[in-house]
Design a protein around this ligand. Structure first.
Ligand code: ADP
Ligand code: MG
Length: 216
C-alpha cells in the first residue's frame, strides 16, 4: 500500500503535508510553445517521476502576469537587488540603484513577453517537486544555465542580449521557487475543478514503504 493521506475533493487546493504530495507550478512561456518544445519539456518532468495533476493552454493577460510575479511581497525587492548585483558583478553601472525601480521596468518587459502568445500552465506533484523541477529547469540566464537543464539545452539568451535590446530574458519555462510560492501560484492560475486527484501506478515503486503486492 502507498501510505499517503488521501486528499478529498474539498481539500484539493490545500497543500498536503506528506512530502510525496509536494506540488509546483510550471508555465511553458510563449517561446517554449513557439519553439515546439511543449512535449520535450513535459517529458523531462514526467520521466523524473513527477505526476501531472493539472494542465491547460491559455493566452495570459497583463494583469495575470503582474499578479503572478507580485504574489510574493518580497519579489520586487529581491529581484531588483539580484538584477543590480548582476550588473555590478559585470562591472556595469545599473540603470538605477533603486531595486523597486529596476523591478518596475522588468515587470513591464515580463508582461510584454508573457502575453505575446499562448502559454501552458501545469501543476506537478511528487517528492521535492519544487526543487526537482527547478533543478531540471536550470538557472534564470540560459547562457550560464547548466548543460542538461531545459534552459541550458534548448535556448541561448543572455543578460547582455536583453540589456542591449531592452527586453526580458527568454528562458522557456517558469517554475515556482519554493513550496509556499507554488501554493500561491496554483491558486492564482487554477480553480479547484481543474486539479485532478488520481493514483499513478508508478507511485507504488517510488513511495511504497513495503513494496508489497509486486510479486504474484
Ligand atoms: P526565475 O524564473 O529563474 O525564477 P526570476 O523570478 O528572478 O527568475 O525572474 C522572473 C523572470 O524574469 C525570469 O525567468 C526572466 O524571464 C526574467 N528576468 C529576471 N531577471 C531578469 C533580468 N535581469 N533581465 C531580464 N530578464 C530578467
Ligand atoms: Mg522566480
Amino acid at each position: 500500500m502507498v501510505r499517503v493521506k488521501k486528499t478529498s475533493d474539498a481539500d484539493i487546493l490545500k497543500p498536503n503535508p506528506h512530502p510525496s504530495r509536494e506540488r509546483t507550478l510550471v508555465l511553458i512561456k510563449p517561446d517554449g510553445v513557439q519553439r515546439s518544445l511543449v512535449g520535450e519539456i513535459i517529458r523531462r518532468y514526467e520521466r523524473a517521476g513527477l505526476k501531472l495533476i493539472a494542465l491547460k493552454m491559455l493566452v495570459p493577460t497583463k494583469e495575470q502576469i503582474e499578479g503572478h510575479y507580485t504574489l510574493d511581497p518580497q519579489w520586487r525587492r529581491v529581484t531588483g537587488e539580484k538584477t543590480i548585483k548582476s550588473y555590478l558583478d559585470k562591472g556595469i553601472e545599473p540603470p538605477t540603484k533603486d531595486p523597486l525601480e529596476v523591478t518596475k521596468i522588468l515587470l513591464e518587459r515580463l508582461a510584454r513577453y508573457m502575453t505575446s502568445g499562448p502559454i501552458i500552465a501545469a501543476i506537478w506533484q511528487g517528492a521535492h517537486a519544487v526543487a526537482i523541477v527547478r533543478k531540471l529547469t536550470g538557472s534564470t540566464e540560459p547562457l550560464t544555465s547548466d548543460v542538461g537543464t531545459i534552459r541550458g539545452d534548448f535556448v541561448l539568451d543572455s543578460y547582455q542580449m536583453t540589456d542591449a535590446d531592452g527586453r526580458c530574458i527568454r528562458n522557456l519555462v517558469h517554475a515556482s521557487g519554493s513550496p509556499a510560492e507554488a501554493e500561491q501560484e496554483i491558486v492564482h492560475w487554477f480553480s479547484p475543478a481543474e486539479l485532478i486527484n488520481y493514483r499513478l501506478i508508478a507511485e507504488q515503486i517510488l513511495y511504497d514503504v513495503n513494496l508489497d503486492g509486486m510479486l504474484e
